[in-house]
Ligand binder design. Sequence first.
Ligand code: NAD
Length: 501
Amino acid sequence: MTATVSDKSLHVAGSFIDGAPVVTGGPAHRVVNPATGAAVAEMALATATDVDVAVASARAAQRAWGSAPPVERASVLGKLAELMEASSEVFIAEEVAQCGKPVRLATEFDVPGSIDNVAFFAGAARHLEGKATAEYSGDHTSSIRREAVGVVGTIAPWNYPLQMAVWKVMPALAAGCAVVIKPAELTPLTTLTLARIAKEAGLPDGVLNVVTGTGAEVGAALAGHRDVDVVTFTGSTAVGRKVMAAAAVHGHRTQLELGGKAPFVVFDDADLDAAVQGAVAAALINTGQDCTAAARAIVARDLYDDFVAGVGEVMGKIVVGDPTDPDTDLGPLISTAHRDKVAGMVSRAPDQGGRIVTGGTAPDGPGAFYRPTLIADVDESSEVYRDEIFGPVLTVRAFTDDDDALRQANDTEYGLAASAWTRDVYRAQRASREISAGCVWINDHIPIISEMPHGGVGASGFGKDMSDYSFEEYLTIKHVMSDITGTPDKEWHRTVFTKRG
Ligand code: NAD
């Protein structure tokens, strides 16, 4: 299994607007493979003017798409899932090349997970319904229409480019919206391929547009666009707040999937081996560049030393290297700039009480690589414990009793995901109720499914991706109230005027 991007010219155009690849007028841009530093594509970036064109195209296309029978939208999305399956190798190669993602992860997680999500929304498009039809007043029939909100602007991050695009775009399309998406400029390739294949699947021109550009210009223009009805965003908390402020200027709705700092709570009755294996997998998935990754292991005092030794041992055997090799466990970080940020945070940890058990260094040679890192005994006030690192780094602290464990789990501004490891059903129930997060796993950490929602609370944002719940972001609720009496002279009119003569 090797992954190569064979046709660079496919992405000479960095944008896809109104059903066609477009070479926009912004500066030239190189997409770089972070494992090698080599350019894998070159393209022109979009500008704020291109955003205007893309939004106008989406606006023009939305009415017909939104009023098409659900079966027509379902049929296009179903065909898209089929064509994506047939193009799996292209998506895998592009994801590996632009992110440095291990080919095993792209093949077994990113690409099949994305296709499943498209297939889920193909089916879900046919199940949208209003809730109430009844004569609540006695004299009227009330019904609820759920209508497409209109044009959606979406801004995506670089960590799971295809999955994040699909999570935002598919419920919007299924609901009848038209979309303009800005992928992260580091990783636009799979989003451009998705748009091209969606056209082949029969998606009308203008319903899905891609504008590749910087956050400062293209992202900001999309977030603050007057003619975009809803802005959905996945990325950092700091940028999410800027996006919300830009959309608020026009009173537009937002949905924000932001950062995380997930606790991984190991109670004293846990299966230690399961917790050790689970911690390594959940901390290192996607080189730790996962918003739900296990970041803070909080471990019962009795198990602490064995847990630290076990995780250190498994991490020490992780194979770091060439992402195209199926034997590789851990690829590079997204860029050398990001690797240096991670390395800086880890290097300051010992001054703040942390003990580096394993890792803490970058291998020699090219590429943005960094070794799996375990930092024990971290102080609650330390940077590595409080701030999102977004790298292959797990911190560990001990707890004294269950109250202390749950207090530590909630001692963060984030609330995206968490896990509790225990064989006691009452502890599991208590942890799932008391930990403040959008998802709590019991005896596992990371698995996601299209049928269930993903989204956080607090500084991790609000609103949902995946599942039927995500439709709430892309629909408006309209109450239709129809008189059923046929009487011109209604009793309630007397509240307003007395009938005279
Ligand atoms: P980022 O916030 O730096 O960038 C995200 C996107 O916003 C990019 O497309 C970027 O170009 C754009 N952007 C930057 N400045 C902008 C501005 N002023 N206006 C509009 N758009 C702007 O995030 P990142 O570094 O690409 O991704 C990593 C972050 O994403 C982490 O914090 C991670 O936790 C988060 N994330 C969250 C989820 C989730 O579901 N909650 C999923 C994946 C990633």
